[in-house]
Design a protein around this ligand. Structure first.
Ligand code: 0X9
Ligand code: ZN
Length: 363
């Protein structure tokens, strides 16, 4: 079983309850924190900090940051982040490797970055997709009920054609990637406004009016800027990939008029990517090898702070598969025998501790 024992997808209140419960059970190891900006719909955004003596004042220990649910429909991305929190809290003092790591580092977990989008996707679509299995056993998803496949946040832009002026506006008639909102993974400052991000409101990769125009990206910018985040993973679904900077092809001309090239830490990030993909069985590639993107999380965080940053694209082929698959994708069981993400996250935490391999001084 999963560290939490769960066997179904969490709702937004479930995430918040679980974080509070972990902090109540082991207050010396886990503490809930609030992100600085509430969502556009006025919801609080919470994270959990995990480490030895977590309530003692900040002591410069390196930080591993794990995030989920920048994209509303990518439910496993939050589940795996939350399960890692349970794993660490339960195993501190029991497992020598985890105890040693949490003595030397702190782990910040923000399982739901896009709280408005996720809440809508999780509650206004039905838990079960409309599926059809053909004679050959191939499963196709027939419909996108309600908002289950919503991708972006809940920004409503004045003057746009939003039938009822709410986040639900385009829900019934258009695939979830489209409709209202800004793509939180195109709104960060890194290469903002370049290729692979749209300037059109209704597009799935709409970048927003300017870099960091949204509370979701402001929250993560302020969190990373206030701490020694030496390693960061942003969970997404799907494609079984570990993506590292940059998100745009090296020949792309950057803001300084020169080709962006490869990051100075290409070798280090490739090596950590190789270690993590040895564990989870994914492909270890640059973001741009999937497709060009700008304004993504790790392109900003790496270029701003020097902390290593990755996108994990979890799972082979679905945004939110039936829950048993999520269990396997964490533990490395069943169809994913030996290849869960638990071990890859521990590798990332180990790297966060090993700050000798790189420095975090550019911010
Ligand atoms: O397009 C995205 O934001 C990510 N894929 S998803 O299907 N989850 O939407 C990929 C982001 C890749 N990151 C970089 N290229 N930096
Ligand atoms: Zn995504």
């Amino acid at each position: 079983p999963l560290p939490s024992g769960r066997d179904s997808y969490r709702t937004l209140p479930d995430y918040n309850d679980d974080m509070r419960q972990l902090a109540n059970i082991r207050p010396n190891i886990a503490k809930v924190f609030d992100l600085p900006h509430p969502s556009l719909d006025g919801k609080a955004v919470h994270g959990i900090e995990i480490g030895a003596n977590v309530r003692a004042p900040e002591d410069g220990r390196p930080v591993f940051l794990l995030m989920g649910l920048h994209h509303a429909r990518e439910w496993p991305s939050g589940e795996l982040a939350m399960e890692f929190a349970y794993d660490l809290v339960k195993n501190y003092g029991q497992d020598a490797r985890i105890t040693g790591l949490l003595d030397k580092a702190r782990v910040l977990i923000v399982p739901v970055v896009n709280v408005d989008g996720f809440d809508l996707s999780r509650t206004d679509g039905g838990l079960v997709d409309l599926r059809e299995v053909d004679d050959g056993g191939t499963v196709s998803i027939l419909g996108t009920p309600g908002n289950a496949y919503k991708r972006k946040n809940c920004r409503v832009v004045d003057g746009q054609d939003t039938p009822d002026g709410t986040c639900r506006a385009f829900s019934a008639t258009s695939p979830g990637g489209f409709g209202i909102g800004i793509d939180p993974n195109r709104n960060y400052g890194g290469f903002w406004g370049g290729p692979g991000a749209s300037a059109t409101f209704a597009d799935p990769t709409y970048r927003g009016a300017g870099p960091f125009s949204e509370p979701e990206t402001q929250n993560i910018r302020e969190l990373i800027s206030s701490r020694q985040v030496t390693t960061m993973i942003s969970n997404h679904t799907f494609s079984n990939l570990v993506l590292r900077p940059n998100g745009v092809h090296p020949d792309t001309i950057g803001p300084d008029g020169n080709p962006v090239g490869n990051p100075p830490d290409e070798e280090g990030m490739r090596a950590l990517g190789a270690e993590m993909t040895a564990a989870n069985g994914y492909r270890n590639i640059h973001g741009w090898e999937l497709y060009d993107t700008t304004g993504t999380t790790e392109d900003w965080s790496y270029n701003a702070t020097g902390g290593f940053g990755f996108t994990f694209e979890i799972g082979p082929d679905e945004f939110h598969p039936p829950f048993p698959q999520v269990i396997d994708e964490y533990l490395g069981a069943g169809e994913y025998a030996g290849k869960g993400n638990r071990e890859a996250y521990l590798d990332a935490l180990e790297n966060a501790v090993d700050t000798a391999t790189h420095s975090v001084i550019r911010g």
